[in-house]
Design a protein around this ligand. Structure first.
Ligand SMILES: *Cc1c(COP(=O)(O)O)cnc(C)c1O
Length: 340
Protein backbone atom coordinates (compact mmCIF):
# COMPACT_ATOMS: atom_id res chain seq x y z
CA UNK A 1 0.00 0.00 0.00
CA UNK A 2 1.08 3.57 -0.62
CA UNK A 3 2.11 5.77 2.30
CA UNK A 4 -0.47 6.04 5.09
CA UNK A 5 -1.92 9.35 6.20
CA UNK A 6 -2.28 9.10 9.94
CA UNK A 7 -4.84 11.33 11.68
CA UNK A 8 -5.27 9.09 14.74
CA UNK A 9 -3.36 11.42 17.05
CA UNK A 10 -0.69 14.10 17.12
CA UNK A 11 1.37 11.61 19.14
CA UNK A 12 2.18 9.56 16.00
CA UNK A 13 4.75 12.08 14.75
CA UNK A 14 8.32 10.92 14.22
CA UNK A 15 11.33 13.12 14.91
CA UNK A 16 12.42 14.99 11.76
CA UNK A 17 15.95 14.57 10.40
CA UNK A 18 16.85 18.02 11.73
CA UNK A 19 15.53 17.09 15.18
CA UNK A 20 17.44 13.78 15.10
CA UNK A 21 20.68 15.55 14.20
CA UNK A 22 20.14 17.98 17.07
CA UNK A 23 19.49 15.03 19.42
CA UNK A 24 22.67 13.22 18.38
CA UNK A 25 24.77 16.20 19.35
CA UNK A 26 23.27 16.54 22.84
CA UNK A 27 25.58 16.69 25.85
CA UNK A 28 24.31 14.24 28.46
CA UNK A 29 24.91 13.17 32.06
CA UNK A 30 23.08 11.45 34.91
CA UNK A 31 19.89 13.44 35.31
CA UNK A 32 19.00 11.84 38.67
CA UNK A 33 22.23 13.48 39.90
CA UNK A 34 21.08 16.72 38.23
CA UNK A 35 24.04 16.39 35.86
CA UNK A 36 22.45 16.26 32.44
CA UNK A 37 23.17 19.63 30.80
CA UNK A 38 20.56 19.16 28.09
CA UNK A 39 17.82 18.32 30.58
CA UNK A 40 18.79 21.31 32.72
CA UNK A 41 18.72 23.52 29.64
CA UNK A 42 15.26 22.29 28.60
CA UNK A 43 13.86 22.77 32.11
CA UNK A 44 15.23 26.30 32.28
CA UNK A 45 14.10 27.13 28.76
CA UNK A 46 10.53 26.02 29.47
CA UNK A 47 10.41 27.81 32.84
CA UNK A 48 11.79 31.03 31.33
CA UNK A 49 9.35 30.96 28.44
CA UNK A 50 6.51 31.03 30.95
CA UNK A 51 8.22 33.41 33.36
CA UNK A 52 8.16 30.68 36.02
CA UNK A 53 10.94 29.64 38.37
CA UNK A 54 11.74 26.04 37.56
CA UNK A 55 10.92 23.03 35.41
CA UNK A 56 10.96 19.23 35.61
CA UNK A 57 11.34 16.94 32.59
CA UNK A 58 9.19 13.80 32.77
CA UNK A 59 8.57 10.89 30.40
CA UNK A 60 4.87 11.64 29.94
CA UNK A 61 2.11 14.19 30.42
CA UNK A 62 0.27 11.74 32.61
CA UNK A 63 3.25 11.78 34.94
CA UNK A 64 3.57 15.59 35.02
CA UNK A 65 -0.16 15.96 35.78
CA UNK A 66 -0.14 13.23 38.40
CA UNK A 67 2.97 14.60 40.09
CA UNK A 68 1.37 18.06 40.23
CA UNK A 69 -1.81 16.66 41.79
CA UNK A 70 0.24 14.66 44.31
CA UNK A 71 2.33 17.65 45.37
CA UNK A 72 -0.61 20.07 45.57
CA UNK A 73 -2.92 17.82 47.64
CA UNK A 74 -3.20 15.70 50.78
CA UNK A 75 -5.21 12.44 50.95
CA UNK A 76 -8.90 13.27 51.33
CA UNK A 77 -8.72 16.52 49.41
CA UNK A 78 -10.87 17.16 46.36
CA UNK A 79 -9.85 18.14 42.84
CA UNK A 80 -12.27 20.30 40.83
CA UNK A 81 -12.20 19.74 37.05
CA UNK A 82 -14.39 19.34 33.99
CA UNK A 83 -15.86 15.87 33.50
CA UNK A 84 -14.06 15.50 30.14
CA UNK A 85 -10.65 16.26 31.66
CA UNK A 86 -7.73 14.06 30.68
CA UNK A 87 -6.66 13.93 34.36
CA UNK A 88 -10.01 12.29 35.19
CA UNK A 89 -10.83 10.33 32.01
CA UNK A 90 -7.50 9.06 30.72
CA UNK A 91 -5.01 8.78 33.56
CA UNK A 92 -6.16 5.45 34.95
CA UNK A 93 -7.93 6.91 37.95
CA UNK A 94 -4.63 8.38 39.08
CA UNK A 95 -6.25 11.14 41.14
CA UNK A 96 -7.58 8.46 43.48
CA UNK A 97 -4.81 5.89 42.93
CA UNK A 98 -1.82 8.18 43.46
CA UNK A 99 -3.15 11.01 45.59
CA UNK A 100 -6.13 9.46 47.45
CA UNK A 101 -8.25 12.43 46.38
CA UNK A 102 -11.83 12.65 45.16
CA UNK A 103 -12.89 14.53 42.04
CA UNK A 104 -15.67 17.11 41.76
CA UNK A 105 -16.68 16.96 38.12
CA UNK A 106 -18.11 19.98 36.38
CA UNK A 107 -20.23 19.88 33.24
CA UNK A 108 -18.49 22.53 31.14
CA UNK A 109 -18.91 23.77 27.60
CA UNK A 110 -16.75 21.37 25.57
CA UNK A 111 -14.46 21.04 28.54
CA UNK A 112 -14.43 24.71 29.48
CA UNK A 113 -15.62 25.50 32.97
CA UNK A 114 -16.56 28.93 34.34
CA UNK A 115 -15.60 30.83 37.48
CA UNK A 116 -19.23 30.53 38.65
CA UNK A 117 -19.15 26.76 38.26
CA UNK A 118 -15.89 26.55 40.16
CA UNK A 119 -17.32 28.71 42.92
CA UNK A 120 -20.38 26.51 43.34
CA UNK A 121 -18.21 23.35 43.30
CA UNK A 122 -16.26 24.45 46.39
CA UNK A 123 -17.25 22.51 49.50
CA UNK A 124 -18.22 24.36 52.68
CA UNK A 125 -16.01 23.95 55.75
CA UNK A 126 -17.97 20.90 56.93
CA UNK A 127 -16.45 17.68 58.34
CA UNK A 128 -18.72 15.62 56.08
CA UNK A 129 -17.10 17.02 52.97
CA UNK A 130 -13.73 16.53 51.33
CA UNK A 131 -11.56 19.63 51.38
CA UNK A 132 -11.62 21.51 48.05
CA UNK A 133 -7.96 22.03 47.27
CA UNK A 134 -7.09 22.10 43.60
CA UNK A 135 -8.70 23.34 40.40
CA UNK A 136 -7.33 21.81 37.21
CA UNK A 137 -8.02 23.26 33.76
CA UNK A 138 -7.12 21.80 30.38
CA UNK A 139 -6.18 23.98 27.38
CA UNK A 140 -6.72 23.06 24.58
CA UNK A 141 -9.28 20.43 25.48
CA UNK A 142 -8.78 17.02 23.90
CA UNK A 143 -12.35 15.70 24.30
CA UNK A 144 -13.71 19.18 23.59
CA UNK A 145 -12.42 18.79 20.02
CA UNK A 146 -9.43 21.09 20.56
CA UNK A 147 -11.50 23.88 22.11
CA UNK A 148 -9.67 26.58 24.04
CA UNK A 149 -10.33 29.06 26.81
CA UNK A 150 -10.71 32.81 26.62
CA UNK A 151 -7.90 34.18 28.74
CA UNK A 152 -10.34 36.53 30.49
CA UNK A 153 -12.36 33.52 31.68
CA UNK A 154 -9.24 31.95 33.16
CA UNK A 155 -8.55 35.22 34.99
CA UNK A 156 -12.02 35.03 36.58
CA UNK A 157 -11.33 31.45 37.69
CA UNK A 158 -8.04 32.59 39.18
CA UNK A 159 -9.88 35.22 41.26
CA UNK A 160 -12.19 32.54 42.67
CA UNK A 161 -9.12 30.41 43.48
CA UNK A 162 -7.42 33.29 45.27
CA UNK A 163 -10.54 34.13 47.29
CA UNK A 164 -10.96 30.51 48.33
CA UNK A 165 -7.39 29.33 48.83
CA UNK A 166 -7.47 26.98 45.89
CA UNK A 167 -4.43 25.96 43.87
CA UNK A 168 -4.72 26.27 40.07
CA UNK A 169 -3.08 23.70 37.77
CA UNK A 170 -3.07 23.65 33.96
CA UNK A 171 -2.93 20.51 31.87
CA UNK A 172 -1.38 22.27 28.90
CA UNK A 173 -0.68 19.17 26.82
CA UNK A 174 -1.68 21.25 23.78
CA UNK A 175 -1.29 24.71 25.30
CA UNK A 176 0.84 25.91 22.38
CA UNK A 177 -2.05 25.19 20.02
CA UNK A 178 -4.18 27.52 22.14
CA UNK A 179 -1.44 30.17 22.28
CA UNK A 180 -0.93 30.37 18.52
CA UNK A 181 -4.68 30.27 17.86
CA UNK A 182 -5.37 33.03 20.39
CA UNK A 183 -2.16 35.00 19.80
CA UNK A 184 -1.44 34.78 23.53
CA UNK A 185 1.93 34.44 25.25
CA UNK A 186 3.27 31.74 27.58
CA UNK A 187 4.04 34.43 30.17
CA UNK A 188 0.32 35.27 30.49
CA UNK A 189 -0.23 31.67 31.58
CA UNK A 190 2.83 31.53 33.80
CA UNK A 191 1.49 34.55 35.67
CA UNK A 192 -1.79 32.84 36.57
CA UNK A 193 -1.19 29.14 37.18
CA UNK A 194 0.56 27.55 40.15
CA UNK A 195 1.75 24.76 37.89
CA UNK A 196 1.63 23.97 34.18
CA UNK A 197 2.23 20.73 32.33
CA UNK A 198 3.24 21.00 28.67
CA UNK A 199 3.63 18.04 26.29
CA UNK A 200 6.53 17.90 23.85
CA UNK A 201 5.36 14.68 22.19
CA UNK A 202 2.07 15.93 20.75
CA UNK A 203 2.02 18.63 18.07
CA UNK A 204 5.59 19.65 18.89
CA UNK A 205 6.79 16.35 17.49
CA UNK A 206 9.32 14.85 19.93
CA UNK A 207 9.54 11.12 20.65
CA UNK A 208 8.58 11.62 24.29
CA UNK A 209 8.37 13.92 27.21
CA UNK A 210 6.53 16.60 29.10
CA UNK A 211 7.73 19.44 31.27
CA UNK A 212 6.14 20.47 34.55
CA UNK A 213 6.81 24.07 35.53
CA UNK A 214 6.14 26.10 38.65
CA UNK A 215 7.79 27.67 41.69
CA UNK A 216 11.21 26.40 42.89
CA UNK A 217 9.76 24.90 46.09
CA UNK A 218 7.03 23.13 44.12
CA UNK A 219 9.48 21.67 41.59
CA UNK A 220 11.75 20.50 44.41
CA UNK A 221 8.88 18.45 45.84
CA UNK A 222 7.85 17.35 42.34
CA UNK A 223 11.37 16.00 41.71
CA UNK A 224 11.04 13.79 44.78
CA UNK A 225 7.62 12.50 43.65
CA UNK A 226 8.96 11.84 40.14
CA UNK A 227 11.59 9.55 41.68
CA UNK A 228 8.94 7.76 43.76
CA UNK A 229 6.77 7.30 40.64
CA UNK A 230 9.75 5.70 38.90
CA UNK A 231 10.33 8.62 36.56
CA UNK A 232 13.94 9.43 37.44
CA UNK A 233 15.87 9.03 34.19
CA UNK A 234 19.61 8.93 33.50
CA UNK A 235 21.29 10.13 30.24
CA UNK A 236 18.00 11.43 28.96
CA UNK A 237 19.48 14.57 27.47
CA UNK A 238 19.04 13.14 23.98
CA UNK A 239 15.29 13.34 24.54
CA UNK A 240 15.52 16.72 26.25
CA UNK A 241 17.41 18.00 23.21
CA UNK A 242 14.44 17.01 21.05
CA UNK A 243 12.32 19.14 23.39
CA UNK A 244 14.66 22.11 23.06
CA UNK A 245 14.55 21.77 19.29
CA UNK A 246 10.75 21.56 19.37
CA UNK A 247 10.31 24.66 21.54
CA UNK A 248 12.64 26.59 19.26
CA UNK A 249 11.28 25.40 15.90
CA UNK A 250 7.88 23.76 16.04
CA UNK A 251 5.53 26.20 17.78
CA UNK A 252 4.72 28.77 15.07
CA UNK A 253 4.01 26.06 12.52
CA UNK A 254 1.05 24.79 14.57
CA UNK A 255 -1.05 27.39 12.69
CA UNK A 256 -0.56 25.21 9.59
CA UNK A 257 -2.16 22.26 11.39
CA UNK A 258 -5.09 24.50 12.35
CA UNK A 259 -5.53 25.60 8.72
CA UNK A 260 -5.41 21.97 7.54
CA UNK A 261 -8.03 20.99 10.14
CA UNK A 262 -10.39 23.71 8.91
CA UNK A 263 -9.87 22.67 5.27
CA UNK A 264 -10.72 19.03 6.00
CA UNK A 265 -13.73 20.08 8.11
CA UNK A 266 -15.02 22.15 5.15
CA UNK A 267 -14.86 19.04 2.95
CA UNK A 268 -16.63 16.93 5.59
CA UNK A 269 -19.36 19.56 5.91
CA UNK A 270 -20.51 19.00 2.31
CA UNK A 271 -21.22 15.29 2.83
CA UNK A 272 -24.70 14.10 3.77
CA UNK A 273 -23.27 11.30 5.95
CA UNK A 274 -21.62 13.91 8.17
CA UNK A 275 -23.74 15.35 10.98
CA UNK A 276 -22.65 17.85 13.56
CA UNK A 277 -19.00 18.93 13.45
CA UNK A 278 -17.64 20.47 16.66
CA UNK A 279 -16.26 23.94 15.90
CA UNK A 280 -12.70 23.42 14.66
CA UNK A 281 -10.71 25.81 16.84
CA UNK A 282 -7.27 24.19 16.63
CA UNK A 283 -5.89 20.89 15.27
CA UNK A 284 -8.67 18.47 16.20
CA UNK A 285 -11.81 17.54 14.24
CA UNK A 286 -14.60 15.68 16.02
CA UNK A 287 -17.66 15.01 13.93
CA UNK A 288 -20.80 12.92 13.81
CA UNK A 289 -21.16 10.22 11.14
CA UNK A 290 -24.71 9.19 10.20
CA UNK A 291 -26.82 7.76 7.37
CA UNK A 292 -24.95 5.40 5.05
CA UNK A 293 -21.95 4.87 7.37
CA UNK A 294 -21.44 4.18 11.04
CA UNK A 295 -18.34 5.85 12.48
CA UNK A 296 -16.50 2.52 12.30
CA UNK A 297 -17.55 1.93 8.67
CA UNK A 298 -16.40 5.42 7.70
CA UNK A 299 -13.06 4.89 9.40
CA UNK A 300 -12.77 1.51 7.58
CA UNK A 301 -13.54 3.17 4.22
CA UNK A 302 -10.89 5.80 4.82
CA UNK A 303 -8.42 3.10 5.84
CA UNK A 304 -8.94 1.38 2.47
CA UNK A 305 -7.59 4.63 0.98
CA UNK A 306 -4.61 4.69 3.33
CA UNK A 307 -6.12 7.26 5.70
CA UNK A 308 -6.16 6.43 9.40
CA UNK A 309 -8.49 8.00 11.97
CA UNK A 310 -10.30 6.94 15.13
CA UNK A 311 -13.98 6.19 15.62
CA UNK A 312 -14.30 7.51 19.18
CA UNK A 313 -17.89 6.25 19.54
CA UNK A 314 -20.41 4.45 17.28
CA UNK A 315 -21.47 7.86 15.95
CA UNK A 316 -18.36 10.05 16.12
CA UNK A 317 -14.90 10.15 14.59
CA UNK A 318 -11.83 12.15 15.52
CA UNK A 319 -9.06 13.40 13.25
CA UNK A 320 -5.95 15.14 14.61
CA UNK A 321 -3.60 17.27 12.51
CA UNK A 322 0.13 17.37 13.18
CA UNK A 323 3.51 18.16 11.67
CA UNK A 324 3.85 14.91 9.72
CA UNK A 325 0.71 15.77 7.71
CA UNK A 326 1.70 17.68 4.59
CA UNK A 327 -0.36 19.95 2.35
CA UNK A 328 -0.39 17.16 -0.27
CA UNK A 329 -1.73 14.66 2.27
CA UNK A 330 -4.51 17.11 3.16
CA UNK A 331 -5.38 17.42 -0.53
CA UNK A 332 -5.46 13.63 -0.93
CA UNK A 333 -7.68 13.37 2.15
CA UNK A 334 -10.11 15.97 0.83
CA UNK A 335 -10.29 14.22 -2.57
CA UNK A 336 -10.98 10.92 -0.81
CA UNK A 337 -13.75 12.44 1.33
CA UNK A 338 -15.30 13.97 -1.78
CA UNK A 339 -15.43 10.54 -3.46
CA UNK A 340 -17.20 8.76 -0.55
C1 LIG B 1 -1.80 13.50 25.74
C2 LIG B 1 -2.37 14.25 26.87
C3 LIG B 1 -1.81 14.20 28.15
C4 LIG B 1 -0.60 13.37 28.49
O1 LIG B 1 -0.56 12.16 27.90
P1 LIG B 1 0.72 11.21 27.88
O2 LIG B 1 0.33 10.26 26.81
O3 LIG B 1 0.79 10.60 29.22
O4 LIG B 1 1.93 12.00 27.56
C5 LIG B 1 -2.39 14.96 29.13
N1 LIG B 1 -3.44 15.74 28.88
C6 LIG B 1 -4.00 15.83 27.67
C7 LIG B 1 -5.13 16.76 27.45
C8 LIG B 1 -3.49 15.09 26.62
O5 LIG B 1 -4.06 15.19 25.41
Amino acid sequence: MEQQIDFRSDTVTRPSIAMQEFMFKAKVGDDVFGEDPSVNELENLAANMFGMEAGLFCPSGTMTNQIAIKVHTQPGDEVICDKLSHIYQYEGGGIAFNSLCSSKLIEGDRGRITAKQVESAINPDDIHKPISKLVSLENTINRGGGSYYDYADIQLIKEVCLQNNLILHLDGARLFNALVANKETPKQYGAIFDSISICLSKGLGTPLGSVLIGKKEFIKKARRVRKVFGGGMRQVGFMAAAGIYALQNNIERLTTDHLHARQIAEALKTKDFVGEILPVETNIIICEIKGKYTATEFSQKMKEHGILLFAISPTHIRMVLHLDITKEMVETTIQTINKL
